[in-house]
Design a protein. Structure first.
Length: 374
């Protein structure tokens, strides 16, 4: 896809004005950085960063059977889910591999909002899969990805910045993690949630009107200046999620990976009556997994990248899914699928990096605990 075919979010002109370095990403023209990845990363960890996440997909499921359908569609449990709450879940194929991983916002028993990976690559694939599974369920499926604007405001000072400007049924101080609320911020109608893909406290703000997200972006930067807010690109979004070992679809998980080997087992409710992939996942559990997503520490020699081979005694035992320098920890780490039993802590393995073997030590994940577990 050449640059002229790339999609633009409502914040595209803002990125240009702030001299964001733009790159193609999942069909969009997106900023990878502004002041620098490490600078932006540390702003999120220590103060506040604001990200454009308007490229994410939004699929609405409406109707009498919305809740039972989502319970069948996804691996996590939703039948007992409370309104105004959020759950994370893989969406699996029948063989147990993953279509996507997503967030489920329960607005009511008859209205579920799915936040899926960056559109159009994923939202259209996800929408097609969801429609194919709808069967006799009494539901309507609406892909609204082109209509939503969204920003993520992340960091320890995010609540202090936003709370004075929010008007809703509760304050942002009272909004618990993995909950959401409707209201107004900077005078604009929004849905605001509190999840945080960066491993820090923070909020995701969604608008139904593209122009509104531009005002929210500008006001957040202006009012957040005294708190040290910085606009952040895809680079810092990746390094922050990587330090806390959150999965990136297409890197750490995909259609070839099941949730039991990726460490997402806590989201797979095998005691549910039925869901897509249940039979395959039950069999995988009974037979035992053959590989596991594993942390690696690289003391020196370079940064492993997605797809690089991991060796033991010159024999391939796995591959890298993500690797990066971690600015908070000032060390290089990687995640890799390793054949069992090579994933035992303190084991030494080698990564094949540009025809050179570099030493790597098996370590615990996450590399940095998320803010609520520090």
């Amino acid at each position: 896809m050449n640059d002229s075919n790339l999609l633009r979010t409502p914040l595209f002109e803002e990125h240009l004005q702030l001299k964001g370095r733009m790159i193609p990403f999942d069909g969009f023209d997106m900023p990878v950085q502004y002041s620098g990845i490490i600078d932006e990363h540390l702003a999120v960890r220590e103060k506040i960063g604001i990200f454009d996440i308007s490229h994410m997909g939004q699929i609405e499921i409406k109707g009498i059977d919305a809740l039972p359908f989502v319970d069948y569609l996804l691996t996590n449990q939703f039948s007992d889910m409370k309104d105004d709450s959020i759950k994370y879940s893989p969406m699996c194929y029948f063989h147990g591999g993953q279509v996507d991983d997503l967030f489920v916002y329960k607005i009511s028993n008859r209205f579920i909002l799915l936040i899926v990976n960056a559109s159009p690559n994923y939202s259209e694939k996800d929408e097609q899969w969801i429609r194919e599974q709808a069967g006799n369920y009494d539901i309507e499926i609406h892909n609204k990805s082109n209509e939503y604007g969204a920003v993520a405001i992340q960091g320890p000072l995010a609540e202090k910045l936003l709370n004075p400007f929010f008007k809703g049924d509760i304050s942002l101080t009272d909004l618990k993690r993995f909950k959401f609320v409707y209201g107004k911020i900077f005078g604009k109608e929004v849905l605001i949630s509190r999840t945080g893909y960066t491993g820090e406290d923070g909020f995701e703000i969604y608008t139904a009107k593209g122009d509104d997200i531009v005002d929210i972006w500008r006001n957040s930067l202006q009012e957040g200046d005294k708190f040290g807010i910085k606009p952040c690109g895809l680079g810092a979004r990746d390094t922050t999620r990587f330090e806390v070992c959150y999965w990136l679809y297409g890197n750490d998980i995909d259609e070839t990976v099941n949730p039991l080997e990726s460490g997402q087992g806590w989201t797979v409710k095998l005691n549910k009556k039925n869901f897509i992939g249940k039979d395959a996942l039950l069999k995988i559990q009974q037979d035992g997994i053959k590989r596991k997503l594993t942390g690696l520490y690289i003391a020196q020699g370079g940064i492993p990248r997605h797809g690089m081979e991991v060796l033991f005694d010159n024999k391939k035992i796995g591959y890298i899914t993500s690797g990066n320098y971690c600015p908070t920890l000032k060390k290089v780490y990687a995640m890799a699928y390793l054949d069992l039993p090579f994933n035992k802590k303190s084991n030494m393995v080698q990564v094949l990096l540009r025809n050179k073997k570099i030493e790597a030590e098996v370590v615990d994940m996450p590399f940095l605990a998320p803010f609520n577990k520090r």
